[in-house]
Design a protein around this ligand. Sequence first.
Ligand SMILES: C[S@@+](CC[C@H](N)C(=O)[O-])C[C@H]1O[C@@H](n2cnc3c(N)ncnc32)[C@H](O)[C@@H]1O
Length: 201
Amino acid sequence: MAHTPFNEFLQGDLKTLETNLRDLLDPHLPEKDHLSLLNLACGRGDETGVLAKLLAEKSKSAHLQGLDIRAAEIGQANSRWKKELADVTKNASADFITHRGDRLLDLAEIGTPDIAFLRHQNYWNDKPVWTQIFDQALERLNEDGLLVITSYFDKEHELATAALEKLGAIQVGSIINPNSRALADAPGKSVDKHLAVFRKK
Ligand SMILES: C[S@@+](CC[C@H](N)C(=O)[O-])C[C@H]1O[C@@H](n2cnc3c(N)ncnc32)[C@H](O)[C@@H]1O
């Protein structure tokens, strides 16, 4: 079954994201029987198929937990991926909950994920809240876990990186996407322009 095209650029953006994320994670993500990923501030979770595919390449089974403050987008993510994830891989499951990322420590069921993922992190927009999101994501991660961010523009990436390092995260890899698609309605922003991976310690 073809995946739902939300806009004419989505499939190209996701293909580029897949290539860059594979390159970014490959040296740092060991093969494991089971891998878990927490997709924080995931919105509609368009990248769920890409993430599931990458995890399935490194594990026998995987679980993706998405979380966002916006209930409508979480509803869309749940209904879409309940139907479509099996077309990508039979070895991964996904579910999505409406919750604040800065209240992550309230959610015991999140466990200790192997990867915390934040696509188009929004640190620039609300530094105190996003400092909490980063801090709690690092706390939740398992001891060998990886925190991955992508960013729309240079300055917000620089600020988010500095904030994560101040919280004790260590950057172990980064990619600047030379073919990042510029957003016509948001001058200076482009899709997944920067990617970076951090270790907890
Ligand atoms: C720039 S969007 C990125 C959405 C998605 N990751 C993507 O790449 O399309 C930022 C997201 O952060 C979410 N968000 C903002 N504050 C949040 C919070 N305190 N907890 C969880 N999500 C939050 C918004 O609802 C929005 O979906």
